[in-house]
Write a protein that binds this ligand. Structure first.
Ligand code: XMP
Length: 506
């Protein structure tokens, strides 16, 4: 188990992901709230930071229980922090050192740089520089502009690097992390999906015992994997509820419910479409739509949960990025859209919470799902927003608009699948615009709806690029939509990236 102390760098999560790629378990803690008991940790990594170590308000945690007592890797700010307070010198650098650089010197015979070639590319991002190494510092590597790019401390397993091994542009970054964690710190590489499933099922059994657990299934990857894990641990004491809010994709509710039953889950499908649609009646404003849907969802879910006698636990598919966000150095970042499924649980239900995936990243959830034998098609599904099609129907929602959008979306998504494009796209969907346009069909003039198609590439939804779908494909889909879907006479393709646009239109 590896402890990562976060000093607020934008790259801290990336460090954790690289460590996990080595099948090593790690946890991120803010620098000002790390565990008192460090006995279960085999190594510590200090992250970068937007601060200068010389600033008074910069993070200056007490590392006396860590440094020299266990293997320590200090990255960027961490490297400067060790130097600054231990006899070295950190000063503003003349040039801002940002971007690619190459290791022009690497000390021979150092386990830390094993299998890393001279001139290996590294990624720099700092404006202070280490002018002088700390007491007992041994220089390990330099670049053209950064003399003290890497050092260790004689007599300790303390290593410090000015560059960012976690960023892909550091070509041998993963190798360096492996050298440190596996060769130097001797951390076991035993965090595999199989091991996770085994431990998790055992822990769930111990925690929940014979109690009943209720879980809301959404059709998405996270809630499904959480349900299958719990099912493995407690079987029929897991009560799953799958709500149809009337804003799902075409036939989604029936198909997914069927799939869940085939997987042996104890699931109840609740069709509350009318309740949602009537709560949304006349609402145009996007945030108001989200709030209405969130509220009705909680009501419906609560009604259903009350039908389960003596239920003690609420299970959720929360994953690690949500957990990190809520305990991060900076606190939860400003809400741009109120994603109701993050953190907003019905507190009046007074249930204890169980979150089997709270330590996993999304790609790890998929791998665990695969180990559990979940259908790869289900695991590879695009993300779909909780408020569903409601935020893709711009303006007020009517059942007729839902029908139109479901048809359009189905043509687009099935088309992507048929043309082998679905898995190349991170998320795709259609948007129903609140305008009519003039068209001509046969001898008749039409005045009908316009739909926009959207397909993006992304890794986490935070940034996204529009996908360059083949023109021939777009042509075919556009024809099919206009010919098949009554009420639509024009199709456009969204060519905006995020930022400055968002993925959804509302
Ligand atoms: P944006 O539009 O903010 O979307 O670029 C980023 C990702 O979040 C999804 N999204 C939502 N998911 N409830 C959700 O569960 C919401 O209210 C919501 N709004 C956006 C969006 O589909 C994309 O994957």
């Amino acid at each position: 188990n590896v402890l990562i102390l976060d000093f607020g760098s934008q790259y801290t999560q990336l460090i954790a992901r690289r460590v996990r790629e080595l099948n090593i378990f790690c946890e991120i803690f803010p620098f000002n709230h790390f565990p008192d008991d460090l006995s279960s940790y085999k190594a510590v990594i200090l992250s970068g930071s937007p601060y200068s170590v010389r600033a008074e308000d910069a993070p200056h945690p007490d590392l006396s229980q860590i440094r020299g007592k266990m293997p320590l890797l200090a990255v960027c700010y961490g490297a400067q922090y060790l130097a600054h307070f231990n006899g070295g010198e950190v000063a503003p650098s003349n040039i801002r050192e940002y971007g690619r650089a190459n290791l022009s010197f690497i000390k021979d015979d150092e386990a830390f740089f094993e299998e890393v070639a001279l001139n290996s590319q590294v990624w720099m991002s700092h404006s202070d520089t280490i002018k002088q190494m700390p007491t007992n510092g041994v220089l390990l590597a330099s670049t053209k502009d950064v003399a003290n790019a890497a050092y260790r401390i004689e007599g300790e397993k303390t290593y410090a690097i000015q560059f960012h091994p976690e960023v892909y542009h550091s070509t041998d970054g993963k190798q360096i992390l492996e050298n440190f964690l596996v060769k130097i710190a001797e951390v076991p590489q035993n965090f595999t999906p199989n091991a996770f499933v085994e431990d998790c099922v055992k822990e769930l059994k111990e925690k929940v015992k014979d109690d009943k657990v209720v879980l809301g299934l959404s059709g998405g990857v996270d809630s499904t994997v959480a349900a299958v894990l719990l099912n493995k641990a407690i079987g029929k004491n897991l009560y799953c509820i799958f709500v149809n809010n009337g804003l799902l994709r075409k036939n989604e509710f029936e198909n997914v419910l069927h799939q869940y039953k085939d997987m042996g889950l104890n699931v109840k499908g609740v069709d509350a479409s009318e309740r949602f649609l009537s709560a949304l009646d006349g609402i145009e404003e996007p945030e108001a739509k989200r709030k209405a849907i969130g509220r009705v969802f909680i009501e419906v879910f609560d009604d259903e949960a009350h039908r389960i006698e003596d239920v003690k636990w609420l299970a959720q598919g929360t994953i690690y990025p949500d957990v990190i966000e809520s305990v991060s150095v900076k606190g939860p970042s400003a809400t741009i859209k109120s994603h109701h499924n993050v953190g907003g649980l019905p507190d009046f239900m007074k249930l204890q919470i169980v979150e089997p995936l709270r330590m996993l990243f999304k790609d790890e959830v998929r791998r665990v799902g695969k180990t559990l034998g979940i259908d790869p098609e289900l695991l590879g599904r695009h993300p779909f927003p909780g408020p569903g099609l409601s935020i893709r129907i711009l303006g007020a929602i009517t059942p007729e608009k839902v029908r139109i959008l479901q048809e359009v979306d189905a043509v687009f998504i099935n088309g992507l699948k048929e043309h082998g494009l679905y898995d190349k796209v991170w998320q795709a969907g259609a948007i129903l615009l609140p305008v009519n346009s003039v068209g001509v069909m046969g001898d008749e003039r039409t005045y009908e709806k316009v739909v926009a198609l959207r397909a993006v590439e992304s890794t986490d939804g935070m940034t996204a690029d529009w996908v360059h779908l083949p023109y021939d494909f777009l042509m075919k889909i556009s024809n099919e939509i206009i010919n098949k879907v009554k009420g639509v006479n024009r199709v456009v393709y969204d060519i905006s990236s995020k930022p400055p646009a968002t993925i959804e239109w509302e």
